[in-house]
Design a protein around this ligand. Sequence first.
Ligand code: SIN
Length: 490
Amino acid sequence: MTRRFELDELIRSDNFIDGRWTPASHGARFAVTDPATGNTIAQVADSSEADARAATDAAARAFPGWRDTLPKERAAILRRWHDLIVANQETLGALISLEQGKPLAEGRGEVAYGASYVAWFAEEATRIYGDIIPQQQRGKRMMAVKEPIGIVAAITPWNFPLAMIARKIAPALATGCTVVAKPAEDTPLTASALVMLAHEAGVPAGVLNLITASREHAVATVADWLHDARVRKITFTGSTAVGKYLARESAETLKKLSLELGGNAPFIVFDDADLDAAVTGLLASKFRNGGQTCVCPNRVYVQAGVYERFAALLGERVAALKVAPATDPDAQIGPMINTRAVDKIARHVDDALTHGARIVTGGKRLTELGPHYYAPTVLADAKPNMLLNAEETFGPVVPLFRFESEAEAVAAANNTSFGLASYFYSENAKRIDRVSQALEAGIVGINEGAVASEAAPFGGVKDSGYGREGSRYGLDDYLSIKYLCQGNLA
Ligand code: SIN
């Protein structure tokens, strides 16, 4: 029988190193707060380099034993972990909502989403095939075998505190790697709960280690992993600036990196689109997690012939979205994660208004609900010289840009250093083929706003990073290929 835990049993405030919950070596702590109210939920370990080193030491000791387990043994442990996550869906969902602010329905949904990666990689663990290369010379056999890369450092973001760490740890464990992890300082509690369940599922001591650190100490703490040659891989989801920093700083030890970085996703609505489907797709992709998602559309291009109709349809649906704390069962948009986030949204909207944008709906903070709420917003007459064209707003704001021709829309969509997701709506088969090839992005949603799936390769191009998560490609980044050449056989 899979055990269910109460919320207070899942809330852990220490580091998890070598199978034990341990305070930070200097005894320091930092507050984790509820973004809806600013109230403190827990005081968690504020780690230093010494804690990062202790986690790596444990992962290094555990590596040979874990590497040598049978794939089906690792698969069974991952399956048990999956079952525990699913059995505790309600409580984990509530914990996500508490520390991250997303509505409860989305918190629950994130648990199912994260668990799906664990189930997927439990199955993939038993399918890590190599090759026997067709013979080139008599008496000689050549083989390519795949081996776990070694210790993996997983550094994860606050916007999906369960799903992002699950989709990094699951492939690492499936391939036989050991893990050191650091979740974002805004949302460490869900990650710690997940690690606790992994331990309960039978992940041996030292195989999975997690440390937490405040914003002030995160850089120094993680630096230990960047410079430690025993850490062979870094997997990171977060901003492009931090991703580039990790790549630069770790270069001396030539680690393998997977970087899932910022996006500035275009969403194009052609005049031959099914407008209702386009509005529904845009709502689903834009307002997921209140717009705090790397694959959220950030720039919406609408062809001139349908522009005003689309703006009106969208405005009506967006105005009806319910903004409320996660605890309200009808909430569709929660608070933004912190003051920096809501300030950035307000700055982008103010700048757009200064440059001639027109408010269709929203356009203001909702201070009556709390310090971090912003009204879901649609802005018409968006222009390339606005801040929200160049930067990811990461909030519930939809700027509508007008375009005339397909070539103009594609050029504008690609006119960014980012290339994570992109979307377009059209009912014309030839256009669908042309535009899906022309868009510079790792992910293209064609008449579809919900693109994420454990079975699909998730990742970007250009400044959105490299590496893929999920799907059968998602194991590759955790493996190295060894070539075996056996001679004297004839
Ligand atoms: C992200 O925002 O980084 C990931 C979102 C997703 O998995 O769909």
